[in-house]
Design a protein around this ligand. Structure first.
Ligand code: BV8
Length: 271
């Protein structure tokens, strides 16, 4: 149950809403008005927004070497202690994959949105850095980023180390294993990131849940925080999720198509 005491004054959109489900890119009037009138917008993204760039989701079966592993089996501190080499190599494989792809129209639409509204907050569960490569500024990374590395023992960022060929490489200070700077299951999220995400979600007029299965917490609680504070919640996803029944509008389709369409609701770009 969300405690409304946290809600910040803001969301003026309540009267626009009736729960609308739509399949084609035509947008219901209520959604256009909510988008058009919004001054504080939050977008929460998941792996789905990177699919059209060629990055598989967590739900998608892993391919090749990794086919025999479920992501949540590899993305834990326990898995790293058990077999640091295989976990390091999985993240190295994901880093190479992400380096070969480009942001897509969905990422770019959010860059444009950030330019067009007074307060735009982009919160991502993705560790691929594609939002930043598209030009999004000040992205709140809830689960870290593949491009950074930490010392597993001292839990501090490490940006250079001697490549002795050992996998994983060792921390130049304490000799401990190095690990990717991502949040593994059963690990705490960066306190500053989750605090900023909660604050923005409780103050927004419109909350966009884009390309996420809404299963992983605490990220999955953010749209409920926003809704409880009066925001209009919009889901962009080709499939249903546990959130679908609770949103005001859902755009059933790929983010790379639906987000540029949604952007048209903002009207012509100024100047
Ligand atoms: C924690 C980084 C405190 C690593 C990740 C409350 C209830 C139940 C469980 C819990 C709870 N609170 C905590 C838990 C446990 C756990 C959790 O939530 N478990 C789940 C599985 C039930 N949470 C944690 O452990 C969190 N930490 O709570 O700490 C604590 C600490 C100590 C002890 C106790 C508690 C940490 C969670 C973060 C884990 N790290 N990533 C890495 O990337 O390797 S999570 C990772 O998985 C992603 O970051 C993301 O969050 C998640 C995958 O979800 P999505 O991004 O949504 O992707 P998915 O593949 O699932 O879905 C894709 C969607 O896209 C689909 O819906 C699909 O239809 C859609 N789609 C497809 N194509 C498109 C599209 N959409 C649009 N366009 C398209 N073209």
């Amino acid at each position: 149950m969300v405690d409304k005491a946290h809600c910040k004054a803001g969301s003026v959109t309540a009267h626009y809403r009736r729960s609308m489900k739509l399949h084609g890119p035509e947008l219901p009037a209520g959604l256009v008005e909510a988008i058009h009138g919004a001054r504080q917008v939050v977008a929460l993204t998941g792996a789905g927004i990177s699919v059209e760039s060629g990055v598989p989701t967590f739900r998608d079966a892993q391919s090749g070497l990794w086919a025999r592993f479920k992501p949540e089996e590899l993305a834990t501190p326990e898995a790293f202690r058990r077999n640091p080499k295989i976990v390091w190599e999985w993240y190295a494989w994901r880093r190479q994959l992400v380096a070969r792809v480009e942001p897509n129209a969905g990422h770019r639409a959010l860059v444009e949105w950030e330019r067009r509204v007074p307060h735009f907050t982009l919160i991502t569960q993705n560790v691929d850095g594609l939002h930043q490569r598209a030009g999004s500024r000040d992205v709140i990374e809830l689960h870290g980023n593949l491009a950074r590395t930490r010392c597993f023992e001292e839990d501090v960022l490490v940006d250079r180390w001697e490549d002795t060929g050992e996998i994983p490489p060792r921390c130049p200070r304490c000799g401990g294993w190095l690990r990717p700077d991502v949040v593994w299951f059963n690990e705490m999220l960066p306190p500053e990131a989750i605090e900023r995400a909660l604050e923005a979600s409780r103050a927004c007029d419109v909350f966009l849940s884009i390309g996420t299965s809404a299963l992983v917490h605490p990220a999955a609680s953010l749209p409920f925080e926003a809704s409880a504070c009066g925001a209009t919640v919009v889901e962009v996803n080709p499939d249903d999720t546990p959130l679908t029944a609770h949103v005001h509008f859902r755009l059933r389709g790929p983010a790379g198509v639906m987000l540029p369409t949604l952007l048209t609701a903002l009207g012509p770009a100024p100047g």
